[in-house]
Design a protein around this ligand. Sequence first.
Ligand code: NI
Length: 154
Amino acid sequence: MPTTASSITRTYRFCAAHRLHTDQLPDEINKTIFGKCNNLNGHGHNYTILVTVTGELDMRTGLITNVDALDQLVKDRIVDRFDHQHLNFDPAFAQVTTTGENLARLIWDLLVDQIPSGQLEKIGVIETRDNFFEYIGTPRAPSNSSIGNRIKEH
Ligand code: NI
């Protein structure tokens, strides 16, 4: 276990449409629960995603993680997948509603195994001015391909 830990939070953005609806409940109940978010044609958000990585500072670089690699990872796995898409049509949302809670959880699951070094600590999703969601899943062991490990090996 690290004796100290620092964190870095990077911010990413994408625009996407969604509709809050579940086939597991009658239409009238959907309308009651989700209100105008249940409107048939959906609506859009300018999502802001906060990715927080925690870990020990590499003593030489003063860094927790490789930011360029993190940016590339989030671009490949999150932004390119969801930007200008309708979230309800993404296979990951076939069985779950496209709430901010579920989106934060999905983003965690898509990133947690791939963090360049350090560990994923939490995912934040800003959906609107008034809606901010956070998800903290099960941490994974730091990647073997971390900057720190590479530097120690050479
Ligand atoms: Ni919405």
